[in-house]
Write a new protein. Sequence first.
Length: 201
Amino acid sequence: MTNEEELNQQNNGDGSNEEGKNQNNEQPLNEADATESILDSALEGLSEYELLERDNETLKQQAGETKDKYIRLFAEFDNYKKRTARERIDLINTAGQDVIRDILPILDDFNRAFKTNIAEDEAEHNEGFVLIYQKFKRVLENQGVKEMEAKGEVFNPDLHEAITEIPAPTEDLKGKVVDVIEQGYYLNDKIIRYAKVVVGK
């Protein structure tokens, strides 16, 4: 065997040894890569789970806020309906209040006329006047107008307007209404004119 052949065999042997070494070195690298890939996948899956959990908490919070807004909105709308209903009832009950208040002085004139001009012996001659007065008063009553009882009652600033004070004719009239100068009236239980009175002291 020549020297050249021996050298070639040695070289081939060295090449085989190097390939074996390379194969042995590549094997651990492949296992490390696989382990790292598994860890990356696990971490990626964990991150996705955390994202889902966070999204779930956000959705729960948004749902709670929406529910609170709906409850508040419903309560406000319910209060609005009740307030509107009350205002409608008040409007119906007090409809024409200003007109009726303007008519009350005419009723006062009728009352004064009864006290001063109509004597018992003239009642037959004033029958038409009486009928008109009664009809007029009945129309107002049908609209919810009612006279306020004041004479002999304890003075009440929420109902009465004191014009003056005089010595009480009797002891039991002290602090009470002695006389009524101008009649007070209710409209559907709401005061539309306070009674102007004289109070005993």
